[in-house]
Design a protein around this ligand. Structure first.
Ligand code: PBG
Length: 331
């Protein structure tokens, strides 16, 4: 068969003629099932408060959480990722509060599981709890000690699973943490707790607004996470990280940040063909929202940015814009 691919036999504009036709030939679609809403809960807060560097996102006291959960459910979003902002007086070098079974995040998880059927994702990392703002524990010289950190992170993952988290999400980037957490979950009968591994997590400046939101930026100060989070220069290493985490027992892997790392999402999906999530992180959201608020860009850039994750191969996106976008998709 000799089908001419040449103009005018082929006019690619034919399939763009109406919006109905354009949607029929769409290769990728964004739906509410692709969205996860991050939520910040703050200890001792009555009601909610704005976060300067994250427009339209708030911190919620436990007494104000239900109204936000209602909004998320009305928008038909299936899952939330919950992040704690604890009383700064409770922070110490070892992040001890992370192991308290009645700590803020455990109470929030119980509240969400009791009052909704949302899937709850809980971060495993010590940074909301440590006085130095690092995700692990320090040795005498101030270096984040991998093997010493594993025990704490594993114990933290267990408290989160016990509180009812459907997914524990190690975001700390210590070597060996997936294997350690998986063994502990299995030994304790949590055979269906999912490990969502932040497998390819880069040492990124795009996390700034998140660190403001959880109040860890002042703890971290000028410190960086370069000795455990990945270098933005690397992609082969991301595949190595993902391979190790899958072998150690991760069920889902994540790439983070998102938009500046779409090539990594694509490479991970094409190489491993496993559930792959991506995180449109705080700085990406803040950047887009700031431009929208200044009327330099229109709101539709958010939808376009999220569609780019789908095109790259992400199965799901954690985004601060989840509520806003879901609301639009449902209309
Ligand atoms: C904690 C954690 C961070 C984010 C998610 N979990 C910050 C960090 O690694 O410093 C960033 C999320 C965002 O920027 O939206 N380990």
């Amino acid at each position: 068969m000799n089908v001419s691919r040449k103009f005018p036999h082929s006019r690619l504009r034919r399939n763009r003629f109406t919006s109905s036709i354009r949607s029929l030939v769409a290769e990728n679609n964004l739906t509410v099932n692709d969205l996860i809403q991050p939520i910040f809960v703050k200890e001792g807060l009555d009601g909610s408060e704005a976060i300067n560097s994250l427009p339209d996102i708030k911190r919620y006291g436990l007494n104000a959480l239900d109204s936000e959960l209602e909004r998320i459910q009305n928008n038909k979003i299936n899952a939330v990722a919950v992040f704690p902002v604890i009383d700064p007086k409770k922070k110490d070098d070892n992040g001890t509060e992370s192991l308290n079974e009645d700590n803020l995040v455990c109470e929030a998880i119980k509240q969400i599981k009791n009052s909704t059927d949302l899937t709850v994702i809980a971060d495993v990392a010590l940074d909301p709890y440590t006085s130095h703002g690092h995700d692990g524990l320090l040795n005498e010289s101030g270096y984040v000690d991998n093997d010493k950190s594993l025990a704490s992170l594993t114990a933290q993952a267990m408290t989160l699973a016990k509180a009812g988290a459907d997914m524990v999400a190690p975001s700390d980037m210590m070597d060996g943490r997936i294997a350690s957490i998986r063994s502990s979950l299995e030994e304790n009968g949590f055979v269906n707790t999912i490990i969502l591994s932040y497998a390819a997590k880069y040492s990124s400046k795009f996390y700034g607004p998140f660190r403001d939101a959880v109040g860890s930026s002042s703890n971290l100060g000028v410190g960086s996470k370069d000795t455990y989070q990945m270098s933005p220069a690397n992609i082969d290493e991301a595949l190595h990280e993902v391979r190790m985490d899958l072998e150690e027992g991760a069920d889902i892997v994540m790439v983070k940040p998102g938009m500046p790392y779409l090539d990594v999402i694509k490479a991970v999906k094409e190489t491993f063909r496993v559930p792959t999530f991506a995180y449109q992180v705080s700085g990406e959201y803040a950047m887009l929202k700031a431009a929208i608020q200044n009327e330099w860009l229109v709101e539709d850039v958010l939808m376009e940015s999220l569609l780019s994750f789908k095109r790259a191969g992400a199965d799901c996106v954690l985004t601060y814009a989840a509520n806003e976008i879901a609301n639009k998709l449902n209309r």
